[in-house]
Ligand binder design. Structure first.
Ligand SMILES: [Zn+2]
Length: 188
């Protein structure tokens, strides 16, 4: 009696023999996402929900950041992502958004990346549905009207003119109407 079939299914998926822990990563430290300087130093580790991330500190501006594998949005800090969504939703074009981020964070972010952030934040940043309509009413520069109120404590009062006008003009039906006449009193 010959045994033709031998169960070898398990051995196929256990290719872990080559696994080894290297004492240090030979790849160079990542560039500082804030000021773009290449001189960054390792500064301990931080535990994420998913994994342990290496923390780096910029030798120039002392900005601390983590770098995992260059996967989902881990290349850029959250601050940059939120700024991109905010700037774009103020009514700036994609190119203008890129320019502003370059000026502020000294990074060139591809259009594709910003588009993916916008898509990801769609559920949370629901204003994106009003962006086009509000853009017709105000330029990005005049979208937010800010007034510094010099009370005992200085208070920065801000109103989003696009949202306000769309809200006031909305009362007649579900569709977006021209802004209510009273809101026109606000300077553009
Ligand atoms: Zn830096």
């Amino acid at each position: 009696m010959s045994t033709a079939t031998v169960p070898t299914v398990a051995s196929a998926s256990t290719g872990r023999s080559s696994f080894s822990i290297r004492p240090h990563d030979p790849s160079p430290n990542p560039v500082c996402p804030k000021c773009g300087v290449k001189r960054t130093i390792k500064k301990g580790k931080r535990r994420n929900r998913m994994r342990t991330l290496q923390v780096y500190e910029c030798a120039e501006c002392l900005y601390r950041f983590t770098a995992g594998d260059a996967g989902k949005n881990k290349t850029y800090p959250l601050k940059t992502i939120l700024e991109a969504v905010s700037v774009f939703n103020l009514g700036h074009s994609m190119t203008e958004t890129q320019q502003q981020l370059r000026r502020r964070f000294h990074v060139d972010i591809p259009e594709r990346t910003i588009s993916s952030w916008l898509a990801e934040q769609k559920e949370l940043a629901t204003y994106c549905r009003l962006r086009a309509a509000a853009r017709k009413l105000h330029s990005p520069e005049s979208m937010l009207r800010a007034v510094r109120l010099e009370h005992q404590q200085v208070y920065q009062f801000q109103v989003h003119q696009g949202k306000l006008e769309l809200l006031l003009g909305q009362s007649h039906s579900g569709d977006w109407h021209a802004p209510h006449p009273t809101s026109r009193a606000l300077p553009r």
